[in-house]
Design a protein around this ligand. Structure first.
Ligand code: C2O
Ligand code: CU
Length: 482
């Protein structure tokens, strides 16, 4: 287009005569302007540095993988034989682990048999905007008895999960969550793989899920923390293992509010992926805060000599999370280079880029629950259908942006962005270079966390605190990518 517009005056010399000198000046200016834009704008080194990290567009070249998922009330039998009333995907808590391969197209035929409207959101997955499961924004909520088909390409390999985005503080707590594993093209040769869904239940004296939800106490603190810490639905389950096994464990924190910090004891443990994508180099998994929404893949080698316990030490009370019951003949430990060798930008000078948006995090009295959590002074309700009014900022596709979470409160806020990965570039003004991308970052009391991102996918996306009680009371907002 720029070519034809620039050549026209040269090919038609009569124009010069017709319009005279003044026109010549206008055209000359026009040509100059056109030439400037036809040469691509000087490339932003931060965007250039991102190249090769993860796909900028989807190229579905695999199979169509169809899964039927129904959300419905169900009864589980606890290890002590007592029944537990839950809401479940396909009758199980955790829900099913869906496994596909990168490049596959995932199709979810979803049915809602709950007494409430719901949706499914695929946490961390870069889906087309219409498949994001945000009620009133990307789709109407699915009513009781209704259905919806979600379909999206698996663009990135890694550990993801899915959960409702309607009344999530209640629906997730009642048991609605499942895992989505997107396998690599050629998965590393681990002896085997485990998925650990870590959670906590808050059970009442009758042994059932305590009601009500969204209590003032939970709102005023870090959400709802349970009294029973579970892995895959039971307390510190045991996994038989043989010495020498090299196991990939995909850990997913689906709790409403609880943060985990895992101690791997004498197991050699290396973090290889965080929030889905592989890291640039392996990291110490026991140094990581695993906040609600976060995932972490660890590369474990089972030692000789008895059982080992993995425990949570985020709080002063240690909770056992899982036990490897080590026995049997040793096996040869597979030797392969750590898959933590991904391209991840350093974004060294990112903190000096102009700030796109500062996002103060705070609360005020009032609202439906007595306390309303806010992002940038606004508490958003899913029930408000004026979502355009909640679009608090706009990002340009393919450009680098810096956002700054400023926690003005004394509580924890794991901040999550839909539709994109980001990288932490500073904490409290000190440049940080985590060797991985994230989709959720824990912002501690009074902390300031700067993140950098280059959004690829156009749409209206959600950003919210993943402490579900905070989100429910308003700690959500929308941003547009154009
Ligand atoms: Cu798991 Cu809107 O998020
Ligand atoms: Cu929060």
């Amino acid at each position: 287009m720029s070519k034809s517009c620039c050549e026209t005056p040269r090919n038609r010399p009569w124009l010069w005569l017709l319009f005279g000198g003044a026109a010549a000046i206008v055209i000359a200016v026009f040509i100059g302007a056109t030439r400037t834009t036809s040469v691509s704008a000087p490339s932003d080194p931060l965007v250039v540095e991102l190249e090769g990290s993860y796909a900028s567009a989807s190229r579905p070249d695999g199979q169509l993988r169809t899964f039927a998922i129904t959300a419905a009330p169900a009864q589980l039998i606890k290890p002590d034989g007592a029944p537990l009333e839950v809401w479940a995907y396909n009758g199980q808590v955790p829900g099913p682990t869906l496994r596909v391969r990168i490049g596959d197209t995932v199709r979810i035929e979803f049915k809602n048999e709950l007494p409430q409207p719901t949706t499914i959101h695929f946490h961390g997955v870069r889906v087309p905007n219409a498949m994001d499961g945000v009620p009133g924004v990307t789709q109407p909520a699915v009513p009781p008895g209704g259905s919806f088909v979600y379909e999206f390409p698996a663009v990135d390999a890694g550990t993801f999960w899915f959960h409702p985005h309607v009344r999530s503080s209640e629906q997730v707590e009642r048991g609605l969550y499942g895992v989505l594993v997107v396998e690599d093209d050629s998965p590393p040769a681990f002896t085997r793989e485990l998925v650990w869904v870590v959670d906590d239940w808050k059970l009442a004296e009758d042994g059932q899920i305590a009601e009500p939800f969204n209590t003032r106490h939970d709102l005023a603190h870090d959400g709802r923390w349970g009294n029973v810490v579970t892995t895959n639905g039971s307390r510190a389950p045991t996994f038989p293992a043989r010495p020498g096994e090299r196991i990939r464990v995909r850990i997913v924190n689906v709790a409403n509010g609880r943060v985990f910090k895992l101690d791997f004891g004498k197991v050699r443990a290396e973090g290889i992926a965080f929030d889905a994508l592989y890291a640039r180099e392996s990291f110490d998994p026991s140094a990581m805060d695993l906040a609600p929404g976060n995932r972490m893949d660890v590369d474990l080698v089972i030692p000789r000599g008895g059982s080992v316990e993995i425990s949570d030490r985020f709080t002063r009370t240690t909770h056992p999370v899982a036990v490897f019951e080590v026995g049997g003949d040793p096996v040869a430990t597979p030797t392969f280079a750590s898959p933590a060798a991904a391209t991840v930008p350093h974004w060294k000078d990112a903190l000096s880029t102009p700030l796109t948006k500062e996002l103060p995090l705070n609360a005020q009295r009032g609202g439906a629950f007595g306390i309303a959590w806010m992002i940038d002074g606004v508490a958003m309700q899913h029930t408000a259908h004026d979502h355009a009014a909640h679009t608090s900022f706009t990002l340009s596709r393919g450009r680098f942006h810096r956002l700054s979470f400023v926690n003005e409160s004394g509580r924890l806020h794991p901040m999550h962005l839909h539709g994109t990965f980001f990288k932490v570039i500073a904490r409290n003004g000190q440049p940080a270079d985590e060797p991985f991308f994230r989709d959720t970052v824990l912002v501690r009391p009074r902390e300031r966390v700067d993140i950098g991102l280059v959004p690829h996918d156009v749409g209206t996306w959600m950003m919210h605190c993943h402490i579900l009680e905070h989100a429910e009371s308003g700690m959500m907002t929308l941003f547009a990518v154009e």
